[in-house]
Design a protein around this ligand. Structure first.
Ligand code: FAD
Ligand code: NAI
Length: 475
């Protein structure tokens, strides 16, 4: 196998593996190094997203939602199931199988695109005449050289100070995705994306779930009206969310974990649980990369410093995804990967940070793109708002899922769409129309005048656009 490459990508998560494929498509002799192993010690490319993030969490969200549907909603359709039960081991095995299909898919794509894959840890050794020397430490040791290097080493879960993850009682996202039996009581610290998604999974299959959040507001980054609607729905489902808490001592006990905290009223509280999930954000990962060997600059958070084009302080060294600034999202990492490969080829790769969608895959789902109402107010922008509830949408009624709404925010003068916010069924899919519209600088009138299929949830999007001009037809 060749040892000198045009492009070496360190990290095979969604940022890295997509960058490697795009670089190879552009005619570069490309290598990708990734160290993730499955439980048999075999390569498992795909990073956090494929192994312990996006993919397994969505597999468990689907299984647990199916169970809850069968338990609570099938009766409405006249479907009776006697003796319903859930086999958690089977649910986890299915999730593992979904992950494996994705790992294998990436290895296949590497072959198809002639990307040389190295299984092991990549560390900067030195900058030489041929480019950057990268030491690969895996089953064997070797050195490869890249004229260009793309660092895509991702992120790690943040632990509470003094409370390391043991993945048995104190869990990160990794442990939260493989709890072997339904816990009686589960506590999650942090009501962000992981707290809500993993809290939903385990609540649906029968755990009593409490989420402790430091901030006094629920989902502060989400449009307030949407966050309020979501909070109402989660509370009704039985998810206990305590806001404005100060977490104190966390102790593992024989039976589980005890968590002391002060609630928003200043009262001392104590919770006993079988497991604790700590989901208080993630930190950029450069463990083992040896950035100091070549003088690669990191910031005070440990993120690799890059400019708007993902260029680092070193010539021909680029960094993308969770290890750099910006939202920690798989699709953001992928877009940066494509853009960097194209820039290396002298093209004008581009990522529009204003139209990156966010999705929280709870039920109801929450999805948004662009600015929230509170951000527009803070920015002093004159805007018009329009909302349409799923309750008034025929398809949502047929589905039996009428929670939530679509909300449009448009410029008061030009009518350009500034933000779209959805809480409700299939919000993850519906948001794409808004992303396309914003990318093309559409007005709310543009969406209002487009024919949408009937009956479909997307009609709620059209109606919310009509609502901006106060002319909804079905509400
Ligand atoms: P990563 O996916 O972290 O990949 C980095 C890879 O590099 C890893 O395989 C790692 O082993 C490898 N690596 C690190 N250092 C080295 C080294 N020195 N040598 C060799 N290999 C190395 N985002 C979404 O958009 N949608 C979701 O639904 C979603 N769900 C999530 C659910 C959970 C529970 C979590 C934790 C995250 C979720 N995310 C989601 C976020 C998403 O996983 C990340 O934004 C994404 O994985 C970042 O991609 P990346 O390529 O930058 O890094
Ligand atoms: P997060 O940033 O979404 O939420 C962390 C929450 O913890 C915040 O609400 C914060 O106020 C709170 N918090 C912080 N310190 C605390 C403390 N000491 N006590 C109590 N609360 C505290 O982080 P999370 O959920 O860990 O997820 C990490 C990242 O992974 C997300 O930001 C997102 O980028 C990505 N992700 C994306 C998903 C998706 O796209 N659907 C799903 C899951 C994760």
């Amino acid at each position: 196998m060749a040892k000198n490459f045009d492009v070496v990508v360190i990290g095979g998560g969604p940022g890295g593996y997509i960058a490697a494929i795009r670089a190879a498509q552009l005619g570069f002799n490309t290598a990708c190094i990734d160290e993730w192993k499955n439980k048999d010690g075999k390569p498992a490319p795909g990073g956090t997203c494929t192994n312990v993030g996006c993919i397994p969490s969505k597999a468990l969200l689907q299984s647990s939602e199916n169970y809850e549907e069968a338990a609570k909603h099938f009766g409405d359709h006249g479907i009776r199931i006697d003796g319903l039960s859930i086999d958690i081991q089977k649910m986890l095995a299915r999730k593992d199988q979904v992950v494996k299909q994705n790992n294998d898919g990436i290895l296949f794509l590497f072959k198809k695109n002639k990307v040389s894959f190295f299984h092991g840890r990549g560390s900067f050794a030195k900058a030489g005449a041929e480019g950057y020397e990268i030491q690969v430490s895996g089953a064997s040791q070797e050195t490869i050289t890249g004229k260009h290097v793309i660092v895509a080493t991702g992120s790690n879960p943040r632990a509470l100070p003094g409370v390391p993850f043991d993945e048995e009682k104190v869990l990160s996202n990794d442990g939260a995705l493989r709890i072997p039996a339904v816990p009686k009581k589960l506590v999650l610290i942090g009501s962000g994306v992981i707290g809500l998604e993993m809290g939903s999974v385990w609540r649906r299959v029968g755990a009593e779930v409490t989420v402790l959040e430091a901030l006094p507001t629920f989902l502060g980054a989400v449009d307030e009206q949407i966050a309020k609607e979501a909070h109402k729905a989660f509370t009704k489902q039985g998810l206990k969310i305590e806001l404005g808490v100060k977490v104190g001592q966390v102790k593992t006990t024989g039976a589980g974990v005890s968590v002391s905290y002060t609630n928003a009223k200043g009262e001392a509280q104590d919770l006993q649980a079988d497991h604790l999930v700590v989901s208080i954000g993630r930190v950029p990962n450069t463990v083992g990369l040896q950035p100091e060997a070549v003088g690669l600059k990191l910031d005070e958070r440990g993120a690799i410093v890059v400019d708007g084009d993902c260029k680092t302080n070193l010539p021909n060294v680029w960094a993308i995804g969770d290890v750099v600034r910006g939202p920690m999202l798989a699709h953001k990492a992928e877009e940066e990967g494509v853009a960097v490969a194209e820039r290396i080829a002298g093209q004008h790769g581009h990522v529009n940070f204003n139209t990156i969608p966010w999705v929280i895959y709870t039920s109801p789902e929450i999805a948004w793109v662009g600015r929230t109402e509170q951000q527009l107010k803070a920015d002093g922008v004159q805007y018009k708002a329009g909302t349409f509830p799923f309750m008034a949408n025929g398809r949502a009624r047929a589905l039996g899922d009428t929670t939530g709404m679509v909300k449009f925010l448009a410029d008061a003068k030009t009518d350009e769409i500034l933000g779209v916010h959805i809480v409700g069924p299939m919000a993850s899919e519906l948001i794409s129309e808004a992303v396309v519209a914003m990318e093309f600088k559409a007005s709310s009138e543009d969406i209002a005048r487009i024919c949408h299929a009937h009956p479909s949830l997307s009609e709620a999007t059209k109606e919310a656009a009509l609502a901006v001009d106060k002319r909804t037809l079905n509400f």
